[in-house]
Design a protein around this ligand. Structure first.
Ligand code: MRU
Length: 356
């Protein structure tokens, strides 16, 4: 396999062959080591999601789908009610690992529906249906990413300079990725891009994962600190911004990695199109606006200590560490899903996407 295919077709999350585990690439070890972890228990799964060993909205959903199936197989119950009550406990526990990416609860809800809609079946049979459902979530993600990549690519020209924030590549999904998908697909077709990857403080997904994926795929990538985005835009080096999403509200307000809204504000200032790419499963019409999206707050140590040999701030210094921010819909040029390109007014275009 060439470098490009090795990146785009990586199995970063899969069901173990024994069906009693989920196997993931530990994203916290990249780029130094490609280490696979085998997750067997509810705590293994919760910790892997909470600690961002598996991360990126679609990948979290895929992992949760496989994970709840693995846990369901361990439930010792002959009767539906006992089975369902234990299933619910596992479901709630996994769902509490990360609140902002809607794909986590979306995938768990899909799995739960399989259980509740087949009450009359023996547990063995329900397990078979659960296995099919988690595999379907995975397969569908591959198809969605491929379609998103195609629509995204239609907005780009050969030689464009692209700025991206965080990581929305194959590691964050199943194949190709969302925001990075058009770049990999374009590369497959012989196109060249010059990509600027924000390092993405504080957890460095841009440095550790995005620049790694693009470099390995042979795509021209330049890593910058988050506070350099304005300068590269001012220099005329950026023709489009491509970012992923963790939850899109009905009006198009979009939660994505902290710092995304700043990039969008800069893009507006410099007249650069700002595109959000994600599967329709990331659109949450129950959130009318971004105000309804819960933002995950994480440990101050991620700012003060993580990645440093010694703390970079006094122990007693207060830190504010939101993992996501909301980009106002007015700053977004288009939202690209597997169904096509949505333009404002998003209340109408997203509603059409969800209605099918
Ligand atoms: O905290 P993370 O690393 O899970 O945040 C990820 C992002 O913000 C991604 O941009 C988003 O999940 C889209 S992944 C295709």
């Amino acid at each position: 396999m060439d470098g490009l295919r090795q990146v785009t077709h990586i199995d970063n999350v899969r069901l173990g062959e024994d069906k009693a585990s989920v196997v993931i690439i530990d994203q916290t070890q990249l780029p130094s080591k490609a280490e696979y972890l085998t997750l067997r228990t509810a705590k293994d799964l919760y910790d892997a999601i909470f600690e961002l060993k598996v991360r990126g909205a679609p990948a979290i959903g895929i992992c949760a789908g496989f994970g709840i199936y693995v846990l369901a197989r361990t439930i010792d119950a002959d009767h539906y009610d006992d089975f369902y009550s234990q299933f619910r406990k596992y479901r709630e526990y996994l769902d509490s690992a990360r609140p902002t990416a809607v794909n986590l609860s979306w995938a768990l809800n899909r799995m739960e529906r399989v259980v509740t809609e087949h009450k009359e079946l023996p547990v063995e049979e329900i397990l078979r249906l659960l296995e099919a459902e988690c595999n379907a979530i995975w397969q569908e993600d591959m198809e969605m990413c491929r379609a998103i990549s195609g629509y995204g690519l239609s907005l780009l020209k050969n030689g464009d300079g692209i700025l991206t924030h965080c990581n929305a590549g194959p590691l964050a999904t199943s194949r190709y990725g969302t925001a990075l998908g058009p770049l990999f697909l374009g590369k497959e077709q012989g196109m060249e891009f010059k990509v600027f990857a924000d390092e993405t403080r504080p957890l460095l997904q841009g440095a550790r994962l995005t620049s790694y994926e693009l470099q390995k795929a042979g795509i021209d990538v330049t890593l910058i600190c988050d506070n350099m985005a304005s300068l590269v835009m001012k220099n005329g080096w950026i023709q489009a911004c491509l970012v992923g999403c963790d939850r899109v509200a009905a009006n198009g307000d979009t939660a994505n990695k902290i710092g995304t809204s700043g990039v969008a504000i800069l893009a507006k200032h410099y007249g650069i199109p700002f595109y959000v790419l994600g599967p329709s499963s990331t659109v949450d019409l129950s959130c009318k606006t971004g105000e309804d999206i819960r933002i995950e707050l994480r440990s101050p140590d991620e700012i003060k200590k993580k990645f440093y040999q010694a703390p970079m701030a006094l122990e007693e210094v207060k830190c504010y560490n939101p993992a996501f921010d909301v980009t106002d819909h007015s700053l977004i040029t288009a939202i690209i899903t597997e169904h096509g390109i949505c333009y404002p007014p998003y209340t109408e275009s997203l509603a059409r996407v969800i209605a099918g």
